[in-house]
Ligand binder design. Structure first.
Ligand code: DC
Length: 209
């Protein structure tokens, strides 16, 4: 069974998807980490972030692996490095290239085919796994999303973070359309436990008795 969890930055996807996967005994797949890892590698190699074909070729040549809570690209563990504000600021410029998205989509589908998984991203329910058994679109007011990000990255400062989030929302907007059949959950006033419980309920309803 595939559970797709999409939504904008700061909507609570990672926390919810991770907790849900643990509760269900499913794998957890963070597709944003794949775009982040590629961005990190492009910066390392000096590949221009406007050059879609070079980025697509880099993506094609660079395997990404998940091992427990660690993500590696091209054999290098980038778990910590991909969470910095330098990556936050440019990752959507990398993710917008069709050449990059094509490689990522195929890899994500391969991972999805390996069995039960909770997969979080932006286009899981629409593009990567349109046949997902459960589709959820998480959202929250931007102010709340900014506050959540601030709790994760206190060193950045509230103003810079709010600006980063606004710019990233604009840049990601095209890919932030909920699937028509996604269940929308506004997490502004919900805690993690409530959201996980609701999605778990949706999964149980679709699981064969
Ligand atoms: O969820 P995140 O903040 O780690 O995602 C990082 C970036 O990757 C985000 O700005 C949009 C992009 N992304 C995407 O385009 N498609 C996905 N399935 C996941 C992430």
């Amino acid at each position: 069974m595939i559970v797709a969890i999409d939504g904008p930055a700061g909507a609570g996807k990672s926390t919810v998807a991770r907790a849900l996967a643990q509760r269900l005994g499913f794998r957890y797949l963070d597709t944003g980490a794949m775009y982040r890892a590629l961005t990190w590698l492009a910066l390392e190699h000096g590949v221009g972030l406007e050059d879609g074909s070079a980025l697509g070729a880099l993506a094609e040549a660079s395997p990404i692996t998940f091992d427990a809570d660690h993500v590696s690209i091209d054999g290098q563990d980038v778990t910590e490095a991909i969470r910095g504000p330098d990556i936050d600021r440019v990752v959507s410029s990398v993710a917008r290239h069709p050449e990059v998205r094509e490689v990522m989509r195929d890899r994500q589908r391969e991972l999805a085919e390996q069995g039960d998984a909770v997969i979080e991203g932006r286009d899981i329910g629409t593009v990567v796994c349109p046949g997902a058994d459960v589709k959820v679109y998480l959202n929250a007011e931007r102010q709340i999303r900014a506050e959540r990000r601030l709790a994760e990255r206190p060193e950045i400062g509230a103003d810079a973070l709010a600006t980063d989030l606004r710019l990233r929302d604009q840049s990601d907007a095209e890919r932030m359309m909920p699937a028509p059949d996604a269940v929308r959950i506004d997490t502004t006033e919900l805690d993690v436990e409530d959201v996980v419980g609701r999605i778990e309920q949706l999964v149980r309803e679709r699981q064969p008795a």
